[in-house]
Ligand binder design. Sequence first.
Ligand SMILES: Cc1cc2nc3c(=O)[nH]c(=O)nc-3n(C[C@H](O)[C@H](O)[C@H](O)COP(=O)(O)O)c2cc1C
Length: 299
Amino acid sequence: MSKKVLVIYYSQSGQLADIVDCLTAPLVEAGASIEKVAIQPVKAYPFPWSAERFYSVMPDCVLGVTAELEPFTLKEQAYDLIVLGYQAWFLYPSIPVNSLLHHPAFLAVVKDTPVMTVTGARNMWLNTFLEVKKTLQKAGARLVGNIALIDRHLNHISFVTIFHWLLRGKKDRYLNIFPYPGVSAADIAHCKVFGALLLPHLLTDQWDGLQEELIRQKAVNTRYPLLLLESKAIPTYVVWANFIVKKKKRRQWLAVFKYYLLFSLFVAAPVILAVDAVLIRPFSSKRINAKKQYYLSLN
Ligand SMILES: Cc1cc2nc3c(=O)[nH]c(=O)nc-3n(C[C@H](O)[C@H](O)[C@H](O)COP(=O)(O)O)c2cc1C
């Protein structure tokens, strides 16, 4: 098979690297030429994180600040498909991915090219996808599919376990009581099924219907309570980011933001969800379905 596929992504822990490996395994088996590029910022974000460093990137993520990337070479000038691995950081594209989305080498190759996006998130990836989609559309790319894997555990549980993982660097069980953090091994392995769906579209260069097939195979996870909480959180993050960047005592304000985050998760979120479940959700099924559809669609 003479198809050329570029797989380009950033991954700190290796989770997204495993996801794109599983996704592209059927393409490799079919003989496609796969070029994998793992981008790196010049000023690395060391993994595991310290709590202070973790919160410190929030304003730049939300405000779309880019960082310089280590030079990378692309073997081809044009590809039949680009698989872009992206991750959410504070509800926005991670700084390395946002930097890639604005990088001249990437912009040159992505124009008029089918692009499949894939993320492995905790559970709030919707706004990040919108931002990625917007930037790809501006660059003239043709978005043909999106895969969004999440940690399927309860929001509070995954919040605890992701911190255990990101601050200690091990994707193991906190206190041997909590479940494994992040996207499950089974969900990662299942990406081969999505890769198999992708293959005939790559071979024929006919991309219509791929996203519908992916949705049927549950490749995109949208849950209304998470959608609701994320939509409430975004404007507050924007206010916080704009406020904190103007402050001289940035560290102190980031510490306040940390407590705000804990308050919103453990106090505000249950109240918002309870009020919504009683007063809004029962009367808004049409609107909710339309919203879900919006996040599932590629347009
Ligand atoms: C600074 C930071 C912020 C994050 N914010 C979010 C978020 O807003 N929503 C979400 O679902 N996951 C969030 N995550 C989890 C990542 O999207 C991702 O699942 C995790 O970092 C593992 O990806 P990796 O392959 O890059 O290691 C965040 C992770 C980091 C490090």
